[in-house]
Design a protein around this ligand. Structure first.
Ligand code: NAP
Length: 306
């Protein structure tokens, strides 16, 4: 049980943590801070925080657990801003999609006696802002914690228990390994979606309105991912440069192999590749990380035909 939880950043992830913490009765009080007064007012109106403050430093005063839920590029500045107001024994955590950079940014400002326990919930949607959060976002999803060398085992346990209380499964790994894994499973897929949507709208032989009107399921699903927050994703690539460049290099080689197979009419190669990838989808469903319902279980939108 945490007495005071402070959330810096009240968008999709910050608000979902607050909703889930309230659902699980994980803390007595949630104090929130976001850059704009509008977001702070919305958070108070929706009732997922108990109190809002005008500065990040005020929000963390007396807090047992502070979670930074802002874009990865802000971590250094915000940690510097709040450092003097963190109480001795407090735990500072975050939810950033990149981990090595977050640690590099936070550690130089960390006061003695404050424990850094970086975390990343592998759960999200393409929505952002304080109205987009919901209590069940983390249910059954993984939260990866990347402990810092020499960090407090007690603080680690508090953060692990907290995420389990939010509904997550918890795993620990090194920040470097986390950044490589997420480059493959999340960062490069987003880059592909951003690129294909850009390419489609730049094509000279197909008009922009045709892309929208005849949008097939394949393209439409890319647009969902490509609608994700530009600030968050700019920061992900700026802060996970090496791992994303490495995976991008491999992907480029594989794309050239596909290009050659299409040019040479190598149906066997294409068929084998598509069969292998179908099995990957099956494994994700078997692991309970997605549904096998048509259209990902979405029932509001009529699926377009491919
Ligand atoms: P979001 O919905 O866009 O919310 C970001 C929040 O941070 C907003 O409340 C924003 O305030 C605030 N903020 C931005 N810059 C700030 C600053 N300099 N000082 C104080 N507050 C600031 O973003 P999100 O999706 O929740 O992402 C937050 C973090 O979670 C990111 O580090 C991201 O990598 C990580 N993450 C995201 C996902 C996902 O699927 N979206 C999944 C896992 C982890 P205003 O509203 O006032 O602008």
């Amino acid at each position: 049980m945490i007495q005071r939880l402070a959330l810096i950043g009240l968008g999709l992830i910050g608000s979902s943590i607050a909703h889930a913490a309230k659902r699980g009765g994980l803390c007595d009080e949630i104090v929130g801070y976001a850059r704009s007064a509008e977001t702070r007012e919305t958070a108070l109106e929706l009732g997922f925080i108990d109190r809002a403050t005008a500065t990040a430093a005020e929000a963390v005063e007396g807090a047992d657990l502070v979670i930074l839920c802002t874009p990865v590029g802000t971590i250094g500045t915000i940690t510097a801003e709040i450092a003097a107001s963190l109480k001795p024994g407090a735990i500072l955590s975050d939810v950033g999609s990149v981990k090595a950079s977050v640690i590099d940014q936070a550690l130089p400002h960390l006061p003695k006696g404050v424990h850094l326990v970086p975390a990343h919930p592998v759960a999200g949607t393409e929505q952002s802002g304080p109205t987009s959060g919901f209590a069940t976002l983390f249910d059954g999803k993984w939260c990866i914690i990347t402990p810092v060398p020499g960090g407090s085992p007690e603080a680690l346990k508090v953060v692990e228990d907290f995420w389990r209380g939010l509904g997550s499964n918890v795993e620990t790994m090194t920040p470097e390994h986390h950044d490589r894994v997420l480059a493959v499973t999340s960062h490069i897929p987003h880059l592909i979606a951003y690129t294909i949507c850009g390419t489609a709208s730049d094509l000279e032989t197909v008009t922009g309105s045709e892309v929208i009107t005849y949008c097939a399921a394949g393209f439409r699903d890319f647009t969902r991912i490509a609608a994700s927050d530009p600030t968050m994703w700019r920061d992900v690539f700026l802060h996970n440069r090496e791992a994303t460049l490495e995976v991008l290099g491999r992907l480029t080689e594989d794309l050239f192999a596909m290009q050659r197979a299409i040019r040479k009419g190598d149906g066997e190669m294409l068929f084998d590749q598509f069969t292998r990838t179908r099995a990957i989808r099956r494994s994700i469903i078997d692991a309970g990380q997605d549904t096998d319902a048509p259209n990902f279980g979405r029932n509001s939108a009529k699926p377009a035909e491919d």
